[in-house]
Design a protein around this ligand. Structure first.
Ligand code: DAH
Length: 342
């Protein structure tokens, strides 16, 4: 069979199988068989090298035509398949979807943000204090003198320091931020300070050596105890729920006079009395009071002109109350089953 005949037959063959190319796999087989590097058409080109010079031109012409013909069929079929599959030939839409585990904010961070937002709405600014404090800011300037029990080595983590005559420590509460703020600006002051605190506690279901507090401070002319009560009431209703009542009980803190503690009605038993509230119907959530004039002395505010209130609350405790968490350690064990609930 001469080469021209072979070309003619190949074309007939292609025309014949054209309608059988009904899948991308078959199209690929077609490409390999005819258009591939070792395919039939390239074989014919090889063969053409040895034909007589006189017929080279017509042979070359019809061979090129054959190649274009095969290529055209290939291109048409290919674009047909792409259209049909909308470019998603490899996707099996019947497979179940893949789930992504999205991270989320830790319950403690969420609470710190929620509380900050609640106070920001009534004009408080959020301030970050220092986690490593000196004794002066953590104790002395807060009217907590040398002999006060909370200065005992048992409770406080002291930090090694090269500075002479000055002892540093991990702050035991957020209250030293009150001093830092007042030292740095004149009244009025209206701030909220969320952050970590540290105490050298025996670890148990109720205490850890690291925990969080939110501190509040408002100083201006004629700030009254009534405003303190109103503000804390607003907070408790926003944070715990509108239907829960609050109450203030007299208490003592060295840096406030008078001092009080605020209780919120037990959310679990609605103040009927249960195990969580130790059958009192109330849960203690924060300490507060009017800033002691001695504290104003330390920061150079005139206590004849200015008055103020302060408050501080433990976040872990508050959340244990709000969500009925039985053990404080659960917040930091990173057990996904616990964290996922919030
Ligand atoms: N700092 C106190 C504590 O850690 C809490 C506290 C009580 C803060 C009364 C205050 C306050 O600002 O006025 O127990």
């Amino acid at each position: 069979m001469n080469i021209l005949e072979k070309i003619r037959l190949t074309k007939i063959q292609i025309e014949d199988i054209k309608s059988d190319i009904n899948s991308p796999d078959k199209l690929e087989q077609f490409r390999i068989k005819y258009l591939g590097r070792n395919g039939l058409i390239n074989e014919l080109f090889e063969e053409m090298k040895s034909v007589d010079k006189s017929v080279k031109a017509p042979v070359g012409k019809s061979l090129n035509e054959l190649k274009l013909f095969a290529q055209k069929i290939f291109d048409e079929k290919k674009s047909d398949f792409e259209k049909k599959n909308d470019g998603m030939a490899d996707i099996d839409v019947t497979l179940p979807g893949r789930t992504f585990n999205l991270g989320s904010k830790h319950l403690i961070s969420q609470a710190l943000e929620d509380i900050s937002r609640i106070f920001e709405r009534i004009g408080f600014k959020v301030y970050e204090g220092l986690e490593i404090e000196d004794e002066y800011h953590n104790f002395d300037a807060l009217n907590t003198p040398e002999h006060h029990p909370s200065r005992d080595m048992q409770d406080t983590f002291y930090v090694k320091s090269e500075v002479k005559d000055k002892r540093y420590l991990l702050r035991t509460h957020t209250s030293p931020a009150q001093i830092r703020i007042m030292e740095n600006q004149p009244p009025p002051v209206r701030v909220i300070v969320p952050g970590k605190c540290y105490r050298n506690e025996a670890i148990s279901s109720r205490s850890l050596s690291m925990f969080h507090q939110v501190e509040g401070l408002y100083v201006d002319k004629k700030v009254s105890f009534r405003e303190l009560k109103g503000t804390l009431d607003y907070f408790a209703k926003e944070f715990f729920g509108k239907e829960l009542k609050t109450r203030l009980r007299p208490s003592f803190f060295p840096f406030t006079e008078p001092s009080a503690e605020m209780d919120v009605e037990c959310y679990l038993c609605k103040s009927k009395g249960c195990r969580i509230c130790k059958y009192t119907g109330w849960l203690e959530i924060l300490g507060c009071g009017m800033v002691d004039p001695n504290v104003f002395e330390f920061v150079g505010y005139d206590s004849e002109i200015y008055s103020g209130y302060a408050f501080g609350m433990g976040i872990e405790r508050t959340l244990m109350i709000r969500h009925g968490v039985p053990d404080i350690r659960m917040f930091y064990e990173n057990d996904i089953r616990f964290l996922k609930q919030f």
